[in-house]
Design a protein. Structure first.
Length: 164
């Protein structure tokens, strides 16, 4: 029997509906204060329909549109949870012109480590969708390949340490 649209959902029901692991939902509760499931005795969570809509919007922003957690937090703060949940399938911002660009700190711009944090890019902002800060897709792929190489080196080093 299907539940009514207004019914509260358990964490397992929400996780199945959004195709997410339960631990991701619990983690998002720590990062997004707008998600406030009711908790019953024993800590069982019950999500309101509004919570599910916010979670759906967060999932779309993170997984489909490429926002970082910090980027989604900023959108929720600026627009409010209801507005974000009501966006449905709409994009949160205008995409880059040609679609072949992925945003990153603008190449060639001096990076002053002494500048106030407010005025400089933050680590969590590196892949936030901001059309003015872009890196060609080819460069992004090279960075990803380098990251994979580093991960392989890390695995080899860990294996060598275990064998020593």
């Amino acid at each position: 029997m299907d539940k009514s649209a207004d019914a509260f959902r358990t964490i397992s029901e929400v996780a199945a509906e959004l195709d997410l692991p339960q631990h991701v939902l619990r983690f998002w509760e720590t990062r997004f204060p707008q998600i406030r499931p009711m908790k019953r005795a024993g800590g069982r969570r019950f999500y309101r329909p509004g919570d599910v809509e916010i979670l759906r919007a967060i999932r779309r922003l993170l997984y489909s549109e490429g926002y970082t957690i910090r980027g989604v937090q900023r959108i929720l703060k600026e627009r409010g949870a209801r507005a974000v949940a009501a966006m449905g399938g709409e994009a949160a911002s205008e995409p880059a012109d040609d679609g072949a660009m992925m945003t990153l700190v603008e190449a060639g711009e001096p990076y002053d480590v002494e500048a106030p944090a407010e005025g400089r890019p933050q680590p969590g902002d590196l892949f936030s969708p901001t059309p003015s800060l872009a890196l060609p897709l080819e460069a992004v792929e090279r960075l990803r390949a380098a990251a994979r190489d580093l991960e392989e080196c890390e695995r080899m080093l860990a294996a060598a340490r275990r064998g020593a």
